[in-house]
Every structure is written in structure tokens, then in C-alpha cells.
Design a protein around this ligand. Structure first.
Ligand code: HEM
Length: 386
């Protein structure tokens, strides 16, 4: 994007980070079009929005309540949000997630074993998409034979998320959601007859002073995991490969010091944030960086831009494998901070550790056309591993 074009939006092109820098420096709060959402580019402002759930509501849908189905925690405010989050959070504690580690290592190893060396392959197809789907499928008790169908539902629902919230969902995504609901309803009924130990089994059983989750809430949570946990983790894996290409020394550093994998993942979440932006609705008149915004307007905190803000991060456009402190907002902040954060970190860590153990180089086949910065990341990423 040209730096002389005032107030133009960052292009969703090969690299949006120049555009984000322009916004931070010259137009930290901009409206994309008349009556459109306000995008917010600086770390301090994005942080303040995520922290203040009273002023910045997550109930953003414009669909009438009767069409929305059971509320999802991501798009609800307290007290509904607290009730839903309390009911499911026990299953996402580090001790619960640690139980999945062996299985994730095994799955990741199998997928890497199947990746040929010295020839071009699509990393999204080979590893970055299937691994997170397998992990979530496992948590929900989806059997291996149903995995392909589950992935197809997930893709259909995710590709239509904007329409689901703000407009009319496509017939394909409605159909995918209906089929998936029917599938999980059957599973939930099976679990009620014969309890299971996986996440869905625990959720069916969990009871707190808030009561139990009903069928609609359980189905809504299954959908939420697909939306929130799949493409984002895919994006973290493709971001890591891009970093191996751009900063080849990091592979060697990880080989020698595998304990750097954790801080590599934190820095990857900052540097190429897979959850690049979120959305809120103002509950009252506000002022952000001098810009007045009325009640009831949509605000889009640009997480990917906040994470490159040179006001907070020294050498913000440099990838530092051991950056510390690293106050990135890649997993959100406040009451909606990523519920799957431990899992996302664990998956990311296992992937980068195993890639560093196996390969001396990971290169992008077409670096000039590979996109960054879209929600989730690129849909295809041709790479060559050696
Ligand atoms: C690298 C991967 C991931 C990234 C970058 C990511 C990022 C985020 C972010 C930024 C939010 C807050 C959104 C907001 O405030 O509007 C969020 C929320 C959430 N994430 Fe993740 N996420 C990842 C992986 C996962 C995984 C693996 C799961 C579950 C299996 C998950 C489940 C959730 C849920 C349920 C929420 C909603 C929490 C709430 O509303 O209280 N995420 N995530």
C-alpha cells in the first residue's frame, strides 16, 4: 500500500504489515467505509478494548436472537459468558491438556513421516490443516473414519463465519452445521448411555452450581472449537514454516536448544499472528486515540498490528527467538483470552521441535506470492523440506 494514500485500508495482499505500520503512525483508528466498522491499530488501544468487556461487548451478531441458536462463549458477555466458560474450562487446564501430549507427538510424527523431502509439497494439506483437526476431533470423540467428513464440515462453517454472524449464511454452511449437529447429537446421546473419558464426554457430565450444559449448548461448543481452534492453529504452523524460511538460523538454534521451542512459538504468535483481528460492539459512546465513536458501533481490534507496535516491542519487525518480555496479544486478553491457549502452545511447540529435529532447511517454494495476515493464514503453502 502506498504511504501517501491517506486512510486507505491495509491490503490483504502478500504482506499487510506495511499497511498496519501506516495505520499505527498516521491513522490509528479508521472507519473502513461510511457506517462500517472502526479498525484499531495500536497495541495500547487494542489492549484497552480487549480488557474492557463492559464497554466493548462481544455480542456482535446482528441476526435476530431467535435465529442465532444457543449462545457461544466467544460471542457473549457475562453472565452468559462466565457460565459457559466455567463449565468447560476444567477440560482445558494444563494438566488435562498434558494428557494429550503423547498422542499429538505421535500424530505430528506420522504426518511428518509422510512428507517427502527435496520436493515441493503443500504444508497446509500435509500437516498444518490435518493436525489441529485431528486433535479437536479426538477431544470430541470423532472416530478416525469420520475425520474427512468432520474436516469438510469444519471448512464449510469457518469459511462462512462472517456471514453466519452478520448476514445470511450460505446454504452449504447451513447444511454443514445441520449435519454436524445431527452427528454430535447422536454422540451426546451415546455418551449419556455409556460415559466416555474424552472432552465431550466430560462436558456432557460436568455439573457446577451453574447446572449442566444442555444439548444446544453442547452443540454450540463443538462448533466453537472448530471455529476458534482449527484455522488458527493451522496459521501458527504455516507461520512457523515461513519463519524457518526467512530466519533459517532458527532451525539450527532449535536443534541445539530444543528448550527454545516455547519462546519461538510465543514470538511466532506475535510476529505472524494467526488470529489477526477480532470484533466488538461499543455499549456506550467512547473515544479511542482521540476518535469519538458512538454507542452500538463495531470496532475491529487489529491484533496483528498491535503485535508489531514499535511503541511496545523493541525492533518489532525483527523475529527474536528468545524475546522476553513478550506482551503479544496473539491469544487475546481479558475474559475472552484463548481458552485453548495451552493446547495451541503445545501443538506449536511439538511441530517446531519435530521439524527442527528432522530438517536442515524448510523453504517456501514461492515466497513472493505466499500471503500472510489473513485470518488463520494461507490456504495453501508450497514448501520444500530437506
Ligand atoms: C494458535 C492457535 C490459536 C490462536 C492464535 C487463538 C487465538 C484466540 C484469540 C485471539 C481469542 C480471543 C478472541 C476474542 O477476544 O475475540 C481466542 C478465543 C478462544 N479460543 Fe483460541 N486460539 C488458538 C487456538 C485455539 C484452540 C486450539 C482452541 C480449542 C481447541 C481454542 C479455543 C478458543 C475458544 C473457545 C475461545 C473463546 C474464549 C472465550 O470467549 O472466552 N483456540 N483464541
Amino acid at each position: 500500500m502506498s504511504e501517501t494514500t491517506e486512510q486507505s485500508e491495509p491490503q490483504a495482499d502478500v504482506n499487510p504489515y506495511q499497511g498496519f505500520k501506516f495505520l499505527r503512525d498516521h491513522a490509528p483508528v479508521t472507519q473502513l467505509e461510511a457506517d462500517g466498522p472502526w479498525q484499531v491499530a495500536r497495541h495500547a488501544d487494542v489492549h484497552a478494548i480487549l480488557r474492557d468487556h463492559e464497554t466493548y461487548s462481544s455480542e456482535v451478531s446482528i441476526r435476530p436472537p431467535e435465529e442465532r441458536g444457543a449462545p457461544s462463549m466467544l460471542f457473549s458477555d457475562p453472565p452468559v459468558h462466565h457460565r459457559l466458560r466455567r463449565l468447560v474450562s476444567v477440560a482445558f487446564k494444563p494438566s488435562q491438556i498434558a494428557k494429550q501430549e503423547q498422542q499429538i507427538r505421535q500424530r505430528c510424527g506420522d504426518l511428518l513421516d509422510a512428507m517427502p523431502k527435496d520436493t515441493e509439497l503443500d504444508l497446509v494439506q500435509a500437516l498444518a490443516a490435518p493436525l489441529p483437526v485431528m486433535v479437536i476431533a479426538e477431544m470430541l470423540g470423532v472416530e478416525d473414519g469420520d475425520m474427512a467428513t468432520f474436516k469438510a464440515w469444519s471448512d464449510e462453517i469457518f469459511s462462512n463465519i462472517g456471514e453466519i454472524l452478520f448476514g445470511t449464511p450460505s446454504p452449504e454452511s447451513e447444511r454443514a452445521a445441520e449435519e454436524m449437529n445431527a452427528y454430535f447429537l447422536q454422540r451426546i446421546n451415546d455418551i449419556r448411555r455409556a460415559p466416555k473419558d474424552h472432552l465431550l464426554g466430560q462436558l456432557v457430565e460436568t455439573e457446577t452450581e451453574d447446572g449442566k450444559l444442555d444439548d444446544e449448548e453442547l452443540l454450540s461448543f463443538c462448533r466453537l472449537l472448530l471455529i476458534a481452534g482449527n484455522e488458527t492453529t493451522t496459521g501458527l504452523i504455516t507461520a512457523s514454516a515461513r519463519i524457518f524460511h526467512e530466519e533459517p538460523q532458527t532451525l539450527g538454534q532449535l536443534k541445539e536448544q530444543p528448550e527454545l521451542a516455547g519462546s519461538f512459538v510465543e514470538e511466532a504468535l506475535r510476529f505472524y499472528s494467526p488470529f489477526s483481528a477480532t470484533v466488538r460492539r461499543t455499549s456506550k459512546d467512547v473515544e479511542i486515540a482521540g476518535q469519538r465513536i458512538g454507542a452500538g458501533e463495531l470496532v475491529v481490534p487489529l491484533i496483528a498490528s498491535a503485535n508489531r507496535d514499535e511503541r511496545v516491542f523493541e525492533a518489532a519487525d525483527t523475529f527474536r527467538i528468545d524475546r522476553n518480555p513478550n506482551q503479544h496479544l496473539g491469544l487475546g486478553f481479558g475474559i475472552h483470552v484463548c481458552l485453548g491457549a495451552h493446547l495451541a502452545r503445545l501443538e506449536g511447540k511439538i511441530v517446531v521441535e519435530q521439524m527442527a529435529q528432522r530438517y536442515n532447511s524448510v523453504s517456501l517454494a514461492n515466497p513472493q506470492t505466499a500471503t500472510v495476515g489473513d485470518l488463520g493464514g494461507p490456504k495453501v503453502l508450497p514448501i520444500i523440506v530437506a
